[in-house]
Design a protein. Structure first.
Length: 189
C-alpha cells in the first residue's frame, strides 16, 4: 500500500488511516463478540481515481490477517497525492440493523472515539443515497496531530454506511467540495 504524506511517497501508513480502518462501519462490532456482519453490495459511488489523477485508490495489498475484524477495512478508500487527505466509504450489514433504534448520532460518535481535544463540531441532517443522513464535521487531535473530519452516516434497510473525509485542517477546504460530490454520487439499490 502506498500512502502519501504532504505529497511525498512513503510506505508507512498515514497517521489518520487507523481511524478509517478500525473505526469504520460506525463500530458495528462494538458490544458484540462475533456479530454476523457483511459488506453491502447494494450501492454505487464515484471512483475518485478516475475523476482526478491527484487521487489514488488505497488497496489492501496484504489482505486480511487473523487479527482483522470482518469489517475493519473500508469498502473503498482514496488518498490525495497532494494533500494526503483521505476519502472513504464503509458499509456494514446485519439483520438486526433494520430494527435498531440507535440514532445516527450514536453511530457517528463511535467513529470519533480516537479523536481527542475536539475544538469544533457542526452537525446537520441531509439526504444521501435517498436516505436520511447525519453529516458531522469536527476538528480535533488524532495521535497528537491536528485533523479535521467530516462524516456522513446513514442507514438503509439492514445496512449502515459511513462516508468519511479526513484532512489536515489547513487542507480541508481544498477537497471539501469533492467529498460533497462523492457523497452526492452515492446510489443505493
Amino acid at each position: 500500500m502506498t500512502v502519501y504524506i504532504s505529497g511525498m511517497r512513503t510506505s508507512s501508513l498515514l497517521i489518520l488511516l487507523p481511524l478509517l480502518l478500525f473505526q469504520t462501519a460506525c463500530g458495528l462490532l462494538i458490544g458484540n463478540v462475533k456479530p454476523v456482519s457483511e459488506k453491502s453490495e447494494s450501492y454505487r459511488i464515484m471512483d475518485l481515481s478516475r475523476e482526478s489523477a491527484e487521487w489514488e485508490r488505497i488497496e489492501d495489498t496484504q489482505g486480511p490477517t487473523e487479527e482483522d475484524e470482518p469489517l475493519a477495512i473500508p469498502d473503498v478508500a482514496y488518498q490525495s497525492k497532494v494533500t494526503a487527505s483521505i476519502i472513504s466509504l464503509n458499509s456494514g450489514c446485519r439483520p438486526s440493523m433494520e430494527a435498531s433504534e440507535q440514532s445516527l448520532k450514536n453511530f457517528t460518535e463511535q467513529l470519533f472515539l480516537g479523536v481527542g481535544k475536539i475544538t469544533s463540531r457542526e452537525e446537520r441532517e441531509i439526504v444521501a443515497g435517498g436516505a436520511p443522513a447525519l453529516e458531522t464535521t469536527i476538528s480535533g487531535r488524532l495521535n497528537d496531530e491536528s485533523v479535521k473530519l467530516r462524516t456522513v452516516v446513514l442507514r438503509a434497510d439492514r445496512c449502515l454506511y459511513d462516508l468519511t473525509y479526513v484532512a489536515r485542517p489547513e487542507q480541508f477546504e481544498k477537497d471539501e467540495k469533492l467529498f460533497s460530490q462523492f457523497v452526492a454520487s452515492l446510489r443505493l439499490r
